[in-house]
Design a protein around this ligand. Structure first.
Ligand code: URA
Length: 445
């Protein structure tokens, strides 16, 4: 195999064989292919795409580039959830305890944030003492004992994706449907769960900007999961507007605690319940053919109302050495020293928002990483008091910024103000869930 020929074939829109794809991924992980050649191949894929067979081969080659986790020591059906990324996307923190409180097993490996998107692991690490690097046996034991554990991805899972993602990040090839599909699904297959729920985000704060592209990505990922013998469902969710009221690690943990205590913002609660009910449906319908999504939603709602989901969150925090007092009394979570209010200088209605710019403003405040090794300020972030569809009077507070470095406020304010479009016309609240994709087809909402 010559890498030159593989690049040339893809550049000319030709199909690569299984053998070529396998050998290329193996050689790249073994450092026998330089980044400049792989970058050229990624750009060729960006423009020429891949057919379903090539994509399946690429996903499997990436999954098998490292350890394939065997979750069989965990009893019962294991169900995983993955989001393609967003701003204020904190749903895993609520869904995992809800699903575990309903008796199912969540053994989840999650990632860190980069750029304008946040990561579940950073949010969890904002809880004082919380350990995300458990050894495999403790991870298995915790899931068997309490039903859930969320840890960071171990270094030996999908090394091909780690190398390729870093290269895509600097070669403008992240937002390619086949490359995202192979990246997400290789990690999901290697992580070992039996069932997979995908949250495919769509809008200004997501990689997929249009519903058409989001559906295409969802269909491809569902097909890859099903072909690999893992039942897979995708929900397409709105990421034009950040989810819930907060962006930033400790702020988001606090918002999730409020949700699990029954005080949620409507949009966050709606998306969490939709995701949780689909996870429950995946876990339960194999042994109970008559169960419906509505039954699963009722179960999820009950577990919030009766406090069991909140108890599960506390059990997980305790089992991962976190300070459970900070969950019971959120004043003990990290807090920023300074805050700054952004006040409306015109009245009207918020007609749209740019979620990516909101994420950028939060990153500037210290809540996100500009580069892979940037330090995170756990107390930093934004509370959005006004969102799309809200009315606004001069003098209203639109958002509050939090940071430990006062000098970041000016730039963050400028970016955040540019994220809001304000008009004279009342605008509709946007849909939260656009569609559900299964192997049977697509349901639009
Ligand atoms: N999330 C991933 O895991 N991979 C991508 O390529 C994009 C989003």
């Amino acid at each position: 195999m010559r890498m030159y020929d593989i690049i040339d074939k893809k550049k000319n829109g030709m199909e690569l064989s299984t053998e070529e794809i396998r050998e290329m991924i193996k050689a790249y992980v073994e450092e026998q292919i330089p980044d400049y050649q792989m970058a050229a191949w990624l750009m060729a894929v960006y423009f020429q795409g891949m057919n379903n067979r090539e994509l399946k081969d690429l996903t499997l080659a990436m999954a098998h580039s490292g350890e394939m986790i065997d979750l069989s020591p965990i009893l019962g059906i294991k169900v995983d959830k993955h989001s393609t990324g967003g701003v204020g996307d904190k749903t895993t923190l609520a869904i995992a305890p809800i699903v575990a409180a309903c008796g199912e097993k969540v053994a989840k490996m999650a990632g860190r944030g980069l750029g304008f998107t946040g990561g579940t692991i950073d949010k969890l690490e904002s809880i004082p003492g919380f350990v995300t690097g458990l050894d495999q046996q403790t991870f298995f034991d915790n899931v068997n004992r309490i039903g859930l554990s969320v840890i960071g991805q171990t270094a030996n899972i999908t090394p091909a994706d780690k190398k390729l993602y870093a290269l895509r990040d600097v070669t403008a090839t992240v937002d390619s449907i086949p490359l995202i599909a192979a990246s997400v699904m290789s990690k999901k297959l290697a992580s070992g769960s039996d069932k997979i729920l995908l949250d495919v985000t769509c809008g200004s704060g997501a990689f997929m900007k249009t519903l058409e592209d989001a559906v295409k990505l969802a269909e491809i990922m569902v097909a890859i999961g099903e072909q690999a013998g893992r039942e897979t469902i995708a929900l397409i969710t709105n990421m034009d507007v950040p989810l819930g009221e907060t962006i930033g690690n400790a702020l988001e943990v606090k918002e999730i605690i409020e949700l699990l205590q029954g005080n949620a913002k409507e949009d966050l609660k709606e998306v969490c319940l939709a995701l949780a009910s689909n996870m429950l449906y995946l876990a339960k319908h194999g042994s109970n053919k008559n169960i419906t999504l509505e039954d699963c939603r009722k179960m999820a709602e009950e577990k919030i109302q009766d406090g069991n989901a909140f108890r599960k969150l506390k059990e997980m925090v305790t089992s991962q050495h976190g300070d459970v007092e900070a969950i019971e009394n959120t004043d003990k979570l990290p807090k920023a020293e300074y805050y700054y209010e952004i006040v409306a200088d015109v009245g009207g209605y918020i007609t749209s928002m740019d979620a990516k710019q909101c994420g950028m403003a939060s990153m500037i405040l210290g809540a996100g990483r500009e580069k892979k090794d940037s330090e995170i300020d756990f107390g930093a972030g934004i509370r959005l008091l006004k969102k799309t569809g809200d009315s606004l009077e001069v003098g209203d507070t639109i958002a509050t910024l939090y940071s430990n470095s006062y000098e970041t406020f000016k730039e963050a304010e400028k970016i955040l103000r540019s994220a809001y479009k304000i008009g004279r016309e009342v605008s509709q609240k946007e849909k939260l869930i656009y569609a559900r994709v299964t192997k049977e087809g697509i349901t639009y909402y």
